[in-house]
Design a binder for this molecule. Structure first.
Ligand code: BTN
Length: 248
């Protein structure tokens, strides 16, 4: 990455190596870092994904960043932040010319393969979020031959676009898309963001299987609710409300 300044969100702390940018950002947030602070690293030694998984990325191949936010939200509204990050990531990738969509709850896919993931971690004080760290990993310049070692079903911008992409440009686009929606979210209680997320979900209308830690459910993904819940129409017409899980 080069060292241009970012004008939409900031400050941006750029590291060559981090354990996990989410861990660095959480520590900074505990020390009082401002709303909008961004941590970005060329490489992680302990990158984490959702549900205890590792997040692997060859050094300098990917966008690995975490945003510190201090919104006035209740813990039950935290899914909005993940919606916001998935929409911003999808818009940024689209602005670079590739047809990204969102898979419930917050993976970003191109041609049905995962190109980006989001890990939101919250710190709660009383009945409010004290801060949240939104970690975003985008596979940018990982060559197709290296993708199987990264994750099953993974793709990269390089694999889909047939050329290398600037991680710095992607970060700029992503932060601009994030900042615009972050401000709007406070004004309309997240209504426009929810609609944008819903409209860009590739999952709706699809026959899916949802796996949580201990349950597997099949059905048709019928709709989503503003708190991020997926409505799954099961065999026999029962409607299940699903709040966590992996979709396939
Ligand atoms: C997932 O899809 O499971 C979420 C992956 C999130 C990965 C990013 S990379 C930057 C930030 N730091 C981490 O350790 N994880 C997130």
């Amino acid at each position: 990455m080069d060292s241009q300044t970012l004008d939409h969100v900031g400050p941006v702390l750029r590291l060559s190596t981090a354990t996990s940018t989410n861990d660095v950002a959480a520590e900074l947030a505990r020390q009082g870092a401002a709303d909008g602070t961004v941590v970005v690293a060329d490489r992680q030694t302990a990158g984490r994904g959702r549900r205890g998984r590792v997040w692997l990325a060859p050094p300098r191949s990917s966008l690995l960043c975490s945003l510190i936010v201090r919104p006035s939200l209740k813990p039950a509204q935290a899914a909005r932040l993940t919606m916001l990050a998935s929409v911003a990531t999808q818009r940024a990738i689209r602005a670079m010319g590739l047809p990204a969509v969102i898979k419930w709850p917050n993976d970003v896919l191109i041609n049905e393969r995962k190109v980006a993931g989001i890990l939101t971690e919250t710190d709660i004080l009383g009945d409010q979020l004290s801060f949240a760290v939104i970690g975003i990993g985008v596979n940018v310049n990982i060559p197709p031959a290296d993708l199987p070692a990264v994750a099953t079903g993974a793709t990269s911008l390089l694999a889909e676009g047939g050329r290398r992409f600037s991680r710095w440009r992607l970060l700029r686009l992503l932060l601009a898309a994030f900042a615009a929606r972050y401000q709007a979210m406070a004004a309309d209680d997240g209504a426009a963001l929810f609609q944008e997320w819903r409209q860009n979900l590739s999952t709706l209308g699809q026959a899916v299987t949802i796996r949580t830690a201990d349950v597997e459910m099949a059905g048709v993904a019928e709709d989503v609710e503003p708190d991020g819940t997926l409505l799954l129409r099961q065999k026999g017409d029962a409607l299940a409300r699903v709040t966590v899980g992996d979709v396939s």
